[in-house]
Design a protein around this ligand. Structure first.
Ligand SMILES: Cc1cc2nc3c(=O)[nH]c(=O)nc-3n(C[C@H](O)[C@H](O)[C@H](O)COP(=O)(O)OP(=O)(O)OC[C@H]3O[C@@H](n4cnc5c(N)ncnc54)[C@H](O)[C@@H]3O)c2cc1C
Length: 404
């Protein structure tokens, strides 16, 4: 059995950044990655000479990210997106600029006048409750329209998830703390978004996966690919902590004894791995709850250049199911810049009808007027990692309309 100070489960960006910082401090570590490649949800693929993002399209160049990029030797590959590009929300069949400043807020038709007033009444609502979902909290504080047409798409777009599936305790931890200081979630939200916006969104010439790839290469001696962790137990047997409280991390090939374990996997996997160690922890119950609620699929749609960052949400039928979309342009990407759109699908409401399976979701997305219009406009749309022709679908949707 081998030995390390820190065992890290997962080599997505969290596991890799931790690996990097531990290496910088001379702390011995080993990261176990189930897949053949590092990066987790950050995945960039090349199609027809273009870079397509399957996962996130950009990160903010915070000082921490900038330092990581420099250490990874990626400064020359960096693409900074122009900060002044507007952000759009797709609602009721049309793209509308997200109202971040007062004058856009006043003139936007993303919210009706009653919806605007309800949105601005947020400081009068009671404080956010960590036991709510982020979606329930947003709807209660900003009103149904403010949540559905503005806050929900923005927040869901960032995480590629549905706020209705995100426990506020974790998803909004920072915001709730700020709310307590600022006296209103709106002020806290504006401080956060405003603060975030002062760091430009970035990507890389070969896509977002450049960063995890470079970090995994730089620390190849600390990252074990194709090595899923099957169990974590206390040394000496389940429930029997050894004298020095060490853990055994088990993989199909071997077991490694470590002083500390950091689990960076998706919530449901983390809950499975950690359950034998802390069966009664509140965090585990929340992880399980989140895992039960998690959306059953993510579709990525990609298209060619536009001069905007887009975050969208499309309501379908009764509104019981929500499709959330986020899109961003990364200027300078091959061949003349590329704009990416992403869709994550989940139930917007718990009382909604059963979720369609992946094929049905793809078929629906293919028929979506927006997909058709993007195809007509840009000539390339990628759904679920595959270029598609919207006309391929057996049941044709309505004619495309130009979104811009
Ligand atoms: C579709 C989507 C779009 C997003 N868009 C943006 C964006 O534009 N900007 C932004 O800042 N953020 C975005 N996010 C959020 C951001 O991408 C994630 O928060 C971040 O990448 C998560 O990284 P992670 O390392 O924590 O987790 P993950 O990327 O999930 O990595 C976990 C790793 O653990 C591995 N693993 C799982 N089980 C095991 C096991 N048993 N043993 C060993 N390894 C295991 C997995 O293979 C994976 O590599 C987006 C997220 C998604 C899903």
């Amino acid at each position: 059995m081998s030995d390390a100070t820190v065992g890290i489960v997962g080599a997505g960006i969290t596991g890799l950044a931790l690996t990097h910082h531990l290496a910088e401090r001379g702390v011995d570590s080993v990261a176990f990655e189930a897949e053949a490649e590092a990066g987790g949800v950050i995945r960039s693929v090349e199609r027809d000479g273009r870079v397509l993002e399957v996962g996130p399209q950009r990160i903010r160049k915070t000082p921490g990210v900038a330092a990581l990029v420099e250490s990874a030797g990626l400064v020359d590959d960096l693409i900074e997106v122009e900060e002044s590009l507007p952000l759009y929300v797709y609602a009721d069949g049309r793209l509308r600029e997200a109202p971040f400043d007062r004058s856009t807020f006043l003139r936007t038709d993303l919210l009706s006048w009653p919806g605007k007033l309800r949105f601005l009444a947020e400081p009068l609502t009671s404080a956010g409750d960590p036991d709510e979902t982020a979606g329930a909290l947003f709807e209660r504080k900003f009103g149904t329209e403010g949540y559905r047409n503005f806050v929900g798409p923005l927040y869901g777009g960032i995480y590629g998830s549905d706020p209705a599936h995100m426990p506020a305790r974790y998803a909004l931890a920072g915001l709730l703390e700020r709310e307590a200081e600022a006296g209103s979630l709106l002020t806290a939200f504006r401080q956060r978004v405003g603060g975030g916006r002062s760091f430009p969104p970035i990507s890389f010439d070969d896509g977002m996966q450049s960063l995890p790839r470079a970090l995994a290469d730089a620390h190849a001696d600390r990252v074990r690919l194709d090595t899923p962790v099957t169990a974590i137990r206390e040394e000496g047997g389940a429930g029997t902590a050894s004298a020095d409280g060490r853990y055994v991390v088990e993989t199909p090939d071997d077991a490694v004894t470590v002083d500390h374990v950091v689990v960076t996997t998706r919530g449901d996997v983390a809950a499975e791995l950690l359950a034998p160690l802390a069966p009664s922890a509140q965090a585990l119950r929340d992880l399980r709850r989140a895992a039960e609620l998690r959306p059953d699929g993510t579709l990525a749609i990609t298209m060619e250049p536009a001069q905007q960052l887009w975050v969208e949400k499309l309501r379908q039928g009764s509104g019981a199911e929500a499709l959330e979309r986020a899109a961003t342009e990364v200027l300078g990407r091959s061949p003349a810049g590329i704009s990416l759109e992403q869709t994550s699908k989940g139930n917007g409401r718990t009382e909604g009808p059963a979720r369609p399976n992946r094929e049905q979701a793809l078929s629906r997305a293919r028929q979506d007027p927006l997909v058709r219009s993007l195809f007509n406009r840009f000539g390339a749309v990628v759904l679920d990692g595959q270029p598609v022709d919207p006309e391929d679908g057996s049941d044709r949707g309505p004619q495309a309309t130009d979104p811009a």
